[in-house]
Design a binder for this molecule. Structure first.
Ligand SMILES: [Zn+2]
Length: 298
């Protein structure tokens, strides 16, 4: 029960947001719907794919649990954002790496209104062409899309790479048993830090889940780091990196990792893909005083 708390919280928040959407919660301020954005990292073709935009209420249940909703509202207001809700995109990446066609995360899945497969239709790739799926961590908004609406494998030709600690943790969760059963034949595990594709190495990012990783994509001198759930909101996660987030399994470790990694990313001017930042989630982190700001790529 405790082990699936973060996923349960995500579901509860999502449900609350949908229930309220027809009443008081305003619609997401950013556009939703299927979209694909193609760019290059060195010689590699990379495509950002939108799965969904979630709007969660600012009730200090996820962000700012210690600081409180009014402190959260103050940070949102300072950034010119609505103060009563927080928009979180759910996006994934496709990377064409030599003979491999690789998907990094899979979104919520069609049974949770995820539109990743519709976004994929806007590209020249089909689900059957995906050779490898790299999972950053096993929360539902990253692995839900491994299943079709009918509960079958969504990427039938793909090997699904999951870190060994996260695969072990997923198998302990009763509410994920159906998913585990269907994807088991596809899964291979790796140790956080391992090379997982010709141009892609996993990067341990501790705190969010037992084996949460980012993925460093490299081609020649060009680099892009998929940071997974190191950050969620380009406003709150960067203005208040030390605030804990309920989605983190170990909240203290998650906040420490966020602070340390953001400082490194800013110092190195690293280009990142943040799956929960506004689509396409590509940009850099800038250090400002004791916090950070998001600089979306053009
Ligand atoms: Zn997530």
């Amino acid at each position: 029960m405790k082990k699936s708390l973060a996923f349960a919280v995500w579901l509860a928040v999502s449900t609350a947001a949908s229930a309220a959407s027809s009443a008081t919660t305003p619609a997401a301020a950013v556009p939703d719907g299927p979209v694909a954005h193609t760019f290059h990292v060195g010689a590699l073709e990379v495509i950002a794919l939108r799965d969904k935009v979630r709007s969660i209420p600012n009730d200090a249940r996820v962000f700012g649990a210690e600081a409180g909703a009014s402190a959260v509202a103050a940070v949102l207001a300072e950034a010119g954002a609505s103060t009563d809700h927080i928009d979180l995109s759910v996006d994934a990446l496709l990377v064409k790496d030599g003979a491999k066609t690789i998907l990094l995360d899979t979104g919520l899945g069609p049974s949770a209104q995820g539109l990743l497969l519709d976004s994929l239709k806007q590209t020249r790739y089909t689900p059957e062409q995906i050779t490898d799926v790299l999972i950053t961590h096993v929360h539902g908004d990253h692995v839900g899309g491994l299943l079709t609406r009918d509960g079958a494998q969504a990427f039938t030709k793909a090997t699904v790479h999951i870190s060994a600690p996260d695969w072990a943790w997923l198998q302990e969760q009763a509410n994920m048993a159906a998913l585990v059963k269907i994807i088991s034949p596809q899964v291979v595990t790796f140790a956080p830090g391992d090379q997982v594709a010709p141009g892609i190495r996993s990067v341990p990012l501790k705190g969010h889940t037992p084996g949460h990783v980012g993925y460093q994509i490299v081609s020649g001198k060009a680099r892009l780091l998929d940071v997974g759930d190191l950050v969620h909101s380009p406003i709150l996660s960067l203005a208040k990196p030390d605030w804990t987030i309920t989605f983190d399994k170990d909240r203290t470790e998650g906040a420490a990792t966020r602070r340390a990694e953001l400082a490194k990313l800013a110092a190195n001017h690293e280009t990142i893909f943040a799956p929960h930042f506004p689509f396409p989630g590509i940009g850099t982190i800038k250090a400002v005083g004791d916090h950070f700001v998001w600089q979306p790529a053009n």
